[in-house]
Every structure is written in C-alpha cells, then in structure tokens.
Write a protein that binds this ligand. Structure first.
Ligand code: FPP
Length: 264
C-alpha cells in the first residue's frame, strides 16, 4: 500500500559546521557537503512526486555570522544557482525564494532572478529561504493588512486571506512536514505562521549526513501520524475535510503590489 506523502516538506538544515569540525575541517567544508545533501534530497522528493520543498538555507540571524563564513555561503549559493540550473530545468523544478532580498548581495539577487525566470515553467516548487525570519514575515503581513483592511464586516476567512497576501509567497501552501536535522528541538524562526498544523520530525543526523534512508524515515513518521486539525477522530472518519483550522492553506490572486518583489 502506498503511504500518505506530504505535499509540502520544509527543512531546517542544521549541523554543517559540526559535521566539518568533527572531521578537523573548516566549517565551510560542511556547507559544501550540505549542498550535496540538498541535491540528493531534492531529486528524491522529485521522484516521489512531492510538489513543494522548502529549505532554510540562511536565516536572518545567520547574517550576523563572521564575514568570512557569510562570504563563503553567498558564493556557495551563487555556484549552486549556476551549476544546478540545467538539472533543475531537466527535472522540471521551479525555483523560488522567500526572505529579505534586500539583505542579499546583488550578485546573489541577480543569479536568483535569472534562475527563477529560467525555471518558471517547472511543475515542482523548490523554495530557498534566504535571509529569512518568520517573525519578520509576520510583521510584514501585519503591515500589509494594516494598509488594506478588508472592512469591519469581513469574515475571519477574508481577514486571513488579506493577511496571507503579505506573506513572502502567499501561494505557498503551509508545510505538512517540517524536518530539522542536527539534534536540536526548535523551529528557529522558520515559517512561524505557516507551521500551525505541520508534523515535526527531528533528526540527530547532521545535515551533510542526511540521506534517502533518513528522508524515508521522516516520511514514514509522517505517514504514521493521524492528522485531525483539531477535529475528533469520528468527525474525520465521517468524511469531514480537514483544513488548516477553518482557513485556507494558501491564497491566490493577491493584489500584485502586495506580492511583487518577494518571491523572486
Ligand atoms: C546550518 O548549519 C546551516 C546553514 C546556516 C547553511 C545552510 C546551507 C546549506 C546546507 C548549503 C547551501 C544550500 C543550498 C540550497 C545552496 P550550521 O552551520 O549552523 O551547523 P552547526 O549547528 O553545526 O554549526
């Protein structure tokens, strides 16, 4: 029997530095191996038909790391965006970005724009969270809402829709499964609004050691969960359609001014 697969997997890739330091190597070597793990994971998700994958490649807080490590990471992103482009296109993977674009060097922004444009026809969405902060995203959405309130008679759904229009990518569905490697049990400011009903899988593996077997374990963990979204088991058995609370997972058709320059 085929197991229930998540539609959206979001991953906190932790442990690159420790992976390298345990081998007496510079932290940068861990990041380099981390890219290999991304490539392997993405290909496997593609094969499985998982339509949305998001990776936390750089948090807003990571921007405070030593200049040398940051410069290495930006260069790594640049090389990834160039070298992986043919493979992303071949696998019909569409690239997107969430986070604070203005905090990224121009070279990275330009390479991102190019890769996003070139892969725009892809059928699977691969989102890089870069210079990303969940709290900051919530604040942005709150500002958007303040600027375009739906009116006092609006329903809770309309309020949420208007709020979601201020997220970096309102069309990105909430994650069904969040995986964190590296042994820590926290979310570290990742997708704070969207994680409301996500299943969580914490792995002791360091990110460069994350392989298909560990992905399969995370997927088996997910398949073994009963997702009730606050309802009772018998309600689910009676065929009530579970949704993320009473509200939509994602929204389409937001006014352009609210979303432009955020997902690209
Ligand atoms: C956290 O490990 C990882 C990062 C801050 C960078 C993540 C980047 C990659 C996996 C490579 C680039 C990815 C793409 C998609 C191009 P850490 O350095 O905090 O590890 P530690 O907790 O062991 O110090």
């Amino acid at each position: 029997m085929q197991q229930q697969l998540p539609q959206h997997i979001a991953i906190i890739m932790d442990g690159n530095g420790r992976w390298a330091q345990r081998r007496g190597m510079p932290r940068s070597a861990g990041h380099t191996r981390g890219v290999d793990a991304v490539r392997i994971m993405l290909t496997r998700c593609r094969e499985l038909g998982i339509p949305y994958v998001t990776v936390y490649a750089l948090s807003r807080e990571n921007l405070g790391r030593p200049q040398q490590e940051l410069a290495f990471l930006f260069d790594l992103f640049l090389r990834f965006l160039k070298s992986e482009l043919p493979e992303l296109e071949r696998q019909s993977i569409r690239l997107a970005m969430i986070g604070d674009r203005s905090a990224l060097p121009l070279t990275v922004r330009t390479a991102l724009d190019y890769a996003i444009k070139r892969t725009s026809g892809g059928t699977m969405l691969f989102t890089l969270a870069l210079a990303y902060s969940g709290r900051e995203e919530i604040m942005r959405a709150a500002r958007t809402l303040a600027a375009s309130c739906p009116g006092e008679n609006a329903s809770p759904e309309e309020w949420e829709r208007a709020f979601r229009c201020g997220l970096y990518n309102p069309e990105l569905p909430d994650p069904d499964l969040i995986i964190r490697t590296g042994g820590e049990l926290r979310l570290s400011n990742f997708l704070l609004f969207q994680c409301a009903y996500a299943e969580l899988y914490f792995s002791d593996r360091l990110w460069p050691d994350f392989d298909n077997a560990e992905l399969d374990r995370a997927l088996a963990h997910y398949a073994g969960r009963k997702r009730r979204f606050g309802l009772t088991e018998s309600q689910i058995e009676e065929g009530n359609i579970p949704s993320s609370g009473s509200l939509p997972h994602s929204v389409r058709g937001c006014p352009r001014s609210e979303t432009e320059d955020r997902t690209s």
